[in-house]
Design a protein around this ligand. Structure first.
Ligand code: ATP
Ligand code: MG
Length: 878
């Protein structure tokens, strides 16, 4: 059975059990501060488990793109070394939201594995939670009894909290679980050690394939467990491991999920997979990591220097480094793998294929940058080699850490290079530096959250901000959040007009008013689907009724910018082409910022055209057409584009300004008529990343102010020039005049220099056979001083020339000698100038026939000629 069939059979099976198949959520998580990436199938259903929101269906099944590279679930260091942990993997899952529980879940799991997939029963083991005294939880007798009806008792194992109590993170929904493991060893191996001894023991052929979690509890911040309002089932089966089991392989990488990638990399590297452990690991790392990198970028996460972007950058660098060190890839290579991957998964996750050239471009650029960094790091190591050799042949911890932190060299790479050079690395010193950095960042970001204080259970928020800016509200729950130097409150209301930051639009601000008390809402944010009103203090009477008021003036500025963003998006596609896709946006009361895929700078003329189209739409006064609760397929038929990496429900909101022109899926706040935007003005166009451009623009009052500012500037220039018309002509004329004057000045100075030369030549003194000139002169640049010296050398033979001058406030000395004096009399200009430089508190040097010096003390210049004469006399007498 190939992997595509295996996936389909899973979904079909659960459809036959009345499950609704849902799409995978994006791999990059937005609106959840506790999570950067989707790490389990249940993430997108978290609110249903917590009772924050009712589930639209009772049963669901899907395949979810997961990434386990940060936070509680982090497998990154295992990847490549073992054969069954990946960064990105697919998790097949089925869910019950307050519907079926343990019995159905376990029986269906058994039916699917043993009857549909025909996995041998005598190779399967299951585990059940043994209970935990500290948590006050008993043995899962119920699951045990269910299993007993299907599988031999010696194949049922009890597991501790570590393996059989599943938690998404430090807080959140959790519960006991029951795992299914498979033994894929050969009969000979099995005869030696029974499989049950190897379950949950990190054996590569005795692995967990499926986990059935029975969600019953919520873990609070204080560590305690409370019962959830209902019981749910959440299951997760590793798709790649299932393929290994069904296809009878000993490694996930031997299945058809990975082989196309593995073979591609091996061929490029000119090695055979399976020949050597070191290159095998590198090939596995690369084949694994490219999946995580490509899908994260396709879902909207560009590699960057912080947070989720940094995690992706580090994965990419890990892959590049393995290729660089073990497969001799010295040029970008990862980006070419994406094509293989895109084709392979086009039928399940089309987002990669649809954005292939963009994703490739981003990856290639990152690879190039990192390869350059690697090279610089290697150079730095080379440069410091002598120092290491003289300090006990050791690369000190500080340097090793600098290589890690600045150049992306992990310790093992530094150690590898060190070995090649016959050096050691101070690993303990490195760890100390690493620990210090961790402490620094921990202190910077530490925040503490209290548990929710629930005032009205089972009440969910109604957002009424599309229709009004005020409401009568009650607080349904609140909590306090403390960071290092501030404390704030998060309030959830039963009814709110406040728009929470999302889709690029900033959150509303305003007031909660009760009696004489006004509590300011500083910002509004989303956590999953909760709307959090952020305040600096808690209202005195939390149970009171509040009048909630959005700052309407600010919101009006924001809505103009948001609607203008839609018009801009449409105009961009019209002028630049359909490849333009939104890559990010920010809409606040001051500006709008729009990032989009486009491979070249947007030309000035194109910018003007785009601006013109947007302003035309504004002048046409197009009425807003807002539709809520449109089925997603219908919305797409209307021409609304879904953004990659955005999670949409079954029903969406559609915003159109003339359906022919601009139709978007959007949850934001808009003007009722484009005319209200007033005026649109682009203020800048720039690059943000490979293949991504950014336009910043202003509207309404800000646009007016912007234009006025530019005009003020122009008027100021007019005034200075005393001209009303043809300002650029006048400036050009000024520039030409300036150039001509400069030329005249130059000629004048050269003339002066020539007459100075003649005067100096007549001043030559005869000291023995030498013609000696030493003078303090006035010249305007060091170049003129040099020219003067060389011109005199041409004019006077047997010359010893010493010139001293103050140039731009600094004393300078030049010494020039005729060649024969250097060769026959062993005079040396460098020596001479160094001696003379003492008079001006400075130093210098140069060639034997010509040398210069600079100094700090101009008052010493006058003494230079006499000193020079003294020195020359002395050396001629010797
Ligand atoms: P393991 O102990 O093997 O790391 P887990 O206990 O972390 O697994 P769960 O959190 O229960 O796994 O996830 C459900 C299923 O997802 C597992 O049974 C396994 O098949 C699969 N899985 C988990 N982590 C990975 C990974 N990094 N790569 C591939 N599959 C995974
Ligand atoms: Mg794990």
């Amino acid at each position: 059975m190939n992997s595509a069939e295996i996936r389909q059979k899973f979904l079909d099976f659960f459809v036959s059990k009345q499950h609704q198949v849902v799409p995978s959520a994006p791999i990059v998580v937005k609106d959840d501060p506790t999570l950067m990436f989707t790490n389990a199938g249940m993430n997108q259903f978290k609110d249903y488990f917590l009772g924050n929101k009712p589930a639209p269906y009772k049963r669901a099944a899907d395949t979810q793109k997961c990434l386990r590279v940060s936070g509680k679930h982090n497998d990154l260091e295992e990847v490549g070394y073992d054969t069954y942990h990946h960064t990105m993997f697919e998790m097949l899952g089925n869910w019950s939201f307050g519907d079926y529980f343990k019995k159905d879940a376990l029986e269906w799991a058994w039916e699917l594995l043993t009857e549909v997939y025909q996995l041998p029963k005598d190779r399967l083991y299951v585990s059940v939670f043994e209970g935990d005294a500290k948590e006050n939880l008993g043995k899962d007798e119920e699951a045990y009894a269910i299993w007993k009806t299907m599988i031999a008792e010696d194949r049922i194992l009890f597991g501790s909290k570590k393996d059989n109590f599943w938690e998404m993170g430090d807080t959140g929904p959790c519960g006991p679980c029951s795992e299914i493991h498979i033994d894929l060893r050969t009969p000979e191996e099995i005869a030696q050690v029974p499989g049950r001894d190897l379950v949950n023991n990190d054996h590569p052929q005795v692995v967990e394939i499926w986990n059935n979690v029975f969600m019953e509890f919520n873990r609070l911040a204080d560590g305690s467990l409370v019962k959830l309002p209902a019981q749910h089932v959440d299951t997760g089966m590793g798709f790649e491991r299932l393929c290994m089991a069904i296809q009878g392989k000993r490694s996930n990488y031997d299945t058809d999920v990975f082989q196309p990638l593995i073979q591609f990399v091996a061929k490029e590297a000119g090695v055979t997979y399976g020949d050597e452990e070191k290159t095998d690991i590198a090939i596995r790392v690369i084949s694994d990591h490219i999946r995580a990198i490509a899908f994260a970028i396709a879902d909207g996460q560009l590699p960057s220097n912080n947070k989720a972007g940094y995690v992706i950058r580090r994965i990419l660098r890990r892959a590049v480094r393995y290729g660089f060190t073990f497969l001799d890839f010295k040029k970008p290579f990862l980006f070419r793998l994406t094509e293989v991957l895109a084709d392979q998964l086009a039928h399940v996750f089309p987002e990669l294929k649809q954005q292939l050239s963009f994703v490739q471009r981003v990856i290639e650029e990152e690879e190039n940058a990192f390869l350059r960094t690697l090279e610089n790091g290697l150079k730095r190591l080379d440069a410091l080699e002598e120092r290491f050799k003289s300090s006990d042949n050791t690369i000190d911890g500080k340097t090793a850490f600098e290589l890690y932190d600045t150049f992306g060299f992990p310790l093992d790479l530094t150690a590898l290079i060190a070995r090649e050079k016959g050096l050691k690395v101070d690993e303990a010193g490195f760890e100390v530096e690493m620990e210090q950095q961790k402490n620094r960042s921990r202190n910077a970001s530490a925040s503490e959250q209290t548990d929710w204080v629930v005032l009205q259970p089972d009440v969910s928020t109604e957002f009424i901000g599309y229709d009004t800016e005020t409401a009568d509200s009650h607080i349904v729950r609140y909590r306090q959040v403390k960071t290092k130097n501030k404390s704030e409150y998060h309030l959830v209301l039963d009814k709110t007009p406040f728009y929470a930051e999302s889709g690029g639009q900033v959150g509303d601000t305003g007031f909660l008013i009760s009696g004489t008390e006004q509590v300011e809402v500083l910002d509004t944010k989303k956590e999953n689907d909760l709307i959090l009103h952020i305040t600096a203090k808690l209202p005195q009477q939390v149970e009171a009724s509040f009048r909630s008021e959005v700052n309407a003036e600010r919101r009006n500025l924001i809505r103009k910018n948001h609607s203008a963003t839609h018009l801009l998006h449409a105009a961009l596609r019209k002028v630049l082409g359909d490849h333009v896709q939104q890559r990010g946006s920010l809409v606040n009361e001051k500006v709008l910022r729009f990032d989009f895929s486009h491979f070249a700078k947007v030309e000035e003329a194109q910018l003007r055209e785009i601006e013109h189209i947007v302003n035309e739409r504004i002048r046409q006064g197009i009425a807003l057409e807002e539709q809520r609760n449109v089925p997603i397929t219908e919305a797409k038929n209307m021409g609304a584009m879904a953004l990659f990496g955005e999670k949409y429900g079954e029903f969406v909101r559609v915003i159109a300004f003339d359906r022919e022109h601009s139709v978007e899926l959007c949850g934001g706040i808009h003007v009722l008529n484009t005319g209200h935007i007033g005026y649109f003005k682009i203020v800048s166009e720039s690059s943000v990343a490979a293949g991504v451009r950014r336009i910043e623009a202003v509207t309404a009052v800000s646009a007016e102010e912007f234009v006025q500012q530019q005009l003020n500037e122009l008027n100021a220039v007019r005034e200075v020039l005393s001209t009303q018309n043809n300002v650029s002509g006048a400036v050009q004329k000024l520039q030409e005049e300036n150039k001509a004057l400069q030329k005249q000045l130059e000629q004048f100075e050269l003339k002066q220099l020539s007459s100075l030369k003649n005067t100096l030549a007549t001043k030559a003194q005869t000291l023995g056979e030498v013609n000696f000139i030493a003078e303090v002169v006035e010249v305007s640049t060091a170049d003129y001083l040099k020219k003067l010296a060389f011109d005199l050398r041409q004019a006077v033979e047997n010359l010893v020339l010493v010139l001293a001058a103050e140039i731009d406030g600094k004393p300078q000395i030049a010494v020039m000698l005729s060649d024969n004096l250097v060769s026959d009399r062993q005079l040396n200009a460098s020596q001479l100038v160094r001696e003379l430089a003492k008079e001006i508190k400075g130093g210098g040097g140069g060639q034997p026939f010509y040398a210069t010096a600079g100094g700090k003390d101009a008052s010493g210049l006058q003494a230079v000629p006499a000193k020079a004469q003294e020195l020359i006399k002395k050396s001629l007498n010797n």
